[in-house]
Design a protein around this ligand. Sequence first.
Ligand code: PTT
Ligand code: SF4
Length: 600
Amino acid sequence: MYGWNGKILKINLSNKTFKARKYDLNFAKMYLGGRGFAIKLLWDGLEKGVDPLSEKNKLIFAAGPLTGLPLPSAGKLVVAAKSPLTGGYGDGNLGTMAAVNLRKTGYDVIILDGKAEKPCYIYINDDNVEFLDASELWGKDTFESQDILEEKYGKNAGILLIGPAGEKMIKISTIISQKGRAGGRPGMGAVMGSKNVKAVVIKGTKHIPLYDEEKLKEMGLEGYKEIKNKKLYDFWISQGTMQALQWTNENSCLPTHNYQEGIFEFAENLDGYAVAKAKVERRGCPLCNMMCGNTVLDSEGVKSELDYENVGMLGSNLGIGDLKEVATLNRMADELGFDTISLGSAIGFAMELSEKGMISEKIEFGDFEKAKNLVMKILNREGIGKDLAEGVKYVSEKYGGKEFAMHVKGLEISAYNCHACPGMALAFGTSPIGAHHKDSWVISWEISTDRYSYSKEKVEKIIELQRIRGGMFESLTTCRLPWVEVGFDLNWYPKYLSVATGETFTMYDINKIADRIYALMRAFWIREDGEWNRYKDYPPERWFSHPLMKGNLKGQKLDKEKYDKILSMYYEIRGWDENGVPKKETLEKLGLKDVIKKIF
Ligand code: PTT
Ligand code: SF4
């Protein structure tokens, strides 16, 4: 087998053992890598109804056949588990030296099973695995821990970490690497914490077997060159993902005051131009020539790496218009290991509950000091913080406000307000991990075409994007931004895959794999959820019933009947029934016959 290493490392934390498991070409061609491998391993490996924070859950780090190769932006990996935040399939994607090193160990996947008796960290050095005492790291933030481990294992080692939030199993915690790469929004940090694992350190020195190495290198160089010559490249380098902020504000979809509005009066203080001006350093993931980690100094003079989602959720969504203050909240999230999107949503929800007098705490929109305190209260589970640590859905069930609790299936919505974007609302509704923009960022296409329509064309576009982004990029596993942001040609990817593996892949083949992965992720949710129905694929009530009150889209809101119609169209195209359950014939066509008896 070329391209894939063909090996999975299974680590049992309870008895400190490990073993290699081989997989064959058929498995590789069915599931590709990354997310595809993760969902298949979780589907097969987890019993129905497992408590996500128990030792029975499995935490998976999975690379794909292009990860770690000398190709544009190929330094990414997927982290996945049953989510403690949503109860369904959860994953995230982060760019890290750990991705490159993992592939060089000769493995493509690591599965952490069981639970360590005491806080530990794992050191994987090619074939060897050590279980090491983490008592000196436990309680330390991710920046300090990164420094300590880098000092010990060198700058090129791959280091995946949780912060105190993950240690305390806060459900909105994520996994952090390199002081600014984050992945695993649906509580992957808490899963790692529940296993008593503070860090995974990976060093690999092996050669990845490739079908035509010379050709791949040549094609990789061509790819890097093409990216650099793109018209949008220089602007991307200056602003990165932050350029989205001026655009969402102009188009009334910048989340403001817990998504009550889509425009923010201080947007100019926070946008891509402001960040470009304040930038002190540019960081990024390995193997990338688009380095988009815009780093600024926060209000305490500490470096903080900003992306659009972070600034939208911890800035405008909280009514905070000072870039340095937003950077402080962002840096705290990175240090402590909170997911910035869910953290911003939780604080924003608390602010609105307070505004409406539904909780006793006084936390006003725009109050930076109170927001900062609330971060610490969530970490320490104090006062309202104890409930916010469980996520917005939980808080809304306890205190009320379900109609303005901004989540889908328990995962807080990323930074796009969809009062006037039905397509993006459907993309959030049908995202396979709960509300996340990663699978289908249809909003940009939607706004530039027929924004207000509930058309079949839009539904088809959503599925097309889910196949490319959520299927192909998550499984290859490489960064999608060269394609999304500067227009790198998508056709490179099947070519890279064929040259790396020696197997022929067309876009049609990749789409079919993507559909299989999607059907299996959906089956996982259905298996875990006793009361599955189509309403799980609905966005928050706010977008249907609370119109925008400001800006030139004042009065806009979604139409529920029309939403329901596009949801049905979506199911029909996917071959799912009226409740969003994949039909038997669809599962058979996708080679998932075994799944039938588990969900019917
Ligand atoms: C992703 C989500 C995003 S998506 C952002 S900003 W974005 C937030 N970043 C966080 C952060 O930072 N710190 C923190 N404590 N929490 C954070 N939560 C949020 O997490 C990131 C880039 C970005 S920046 C995006 S869009 C792209 N995402 C990709 C993806 O999902 N898949 C893929 N194949 N390529 C991608 N490329 C881009 O990567 P989750 P990163 Mg991230 C500080 O993890 O759980 O998927 O949520 O990976 O290495 O940090 O790069 O405007
Ligand atoms: Fe990482 Fe940004 Fe490069 Fe993607 S474009 S690999 S997120 S630095």
